[in-house]
Design a protein around this ligand. Sequence first.
Ligand SMILES: Cc1cc2nc3c(=O)[nH]c(=O)nc-3n(C[C@H](O)[C@H](O)[C@H](O)COP(=O)(O)O)c2cc1C
Length: 185
Amino acid sequence: MNGTRLQSLPEIEAGLWRELARAPLDRHHEWRTPVLATVDGDAADARTVVLRETDRDARELRLFTDCRSAKVAQIARHPLGTLAMWSKRLSWQLRVRVQLQVHVEGLAVASRWARLKQSPAAQDYLSPLAPGSPLDGDMPGRPAPERGHFAMVTAQVLSVDWLELHAEGHRRAMFDAAGGRWLVP
Ligand SMILES: Cc1cc2nc3c(=O)[nH]c(=O)nc-3n(C[C@H](O)[C@H](O)[C@H](O)COP(=O)(O)O)c2cc1C
């Protein structure tokens, strides 16, 4: 995509969704590890996550986490977040405003856990202590339930703020329920 710049708003919107769809499938894609920002009371919080799935038709991005993590409690209190990502290859930044939802049961969670539990990554969800617990005491942790502490986070895309850095002039556009429009970078 380097070299020829996409010109129209619909081309750019299709292009960014194409890249979002590729990211979970390509270990080297820079958008595979976006930063998820959430609201923690009256402060901001942010951390790197792995983008696991993109559903273009549903305009939904999916992440995996431990249901005891701080972000899960933050999402329960304030379900709006932002996924920020930068690609040097594309020279594109995305700031994706999302409505977040945590899922711990149901078919969608069970099918993903069934796949994950065969892999070493399953360990991430089987720790007896919650993420962020201090390691110094002998705090007895509860043994993990059958499905570990696995949770899927769905991020319904509300808007995408696209920024392209370019020697011939930066460009910025907003894509949301009202459609696409150019913004001053
Ligand atoms: C490259 C990278 C990928 C990560 N992927 C995830 C992930 O997919 N899910 C997750 O919950 N934490 C992931 N983490 C860890 C988080 O950044 C964070 O440290 C952890 O989830 C605790 O965050 P919290 O206390 O805000 O919930 C990742 C960290 C790095 C450095």
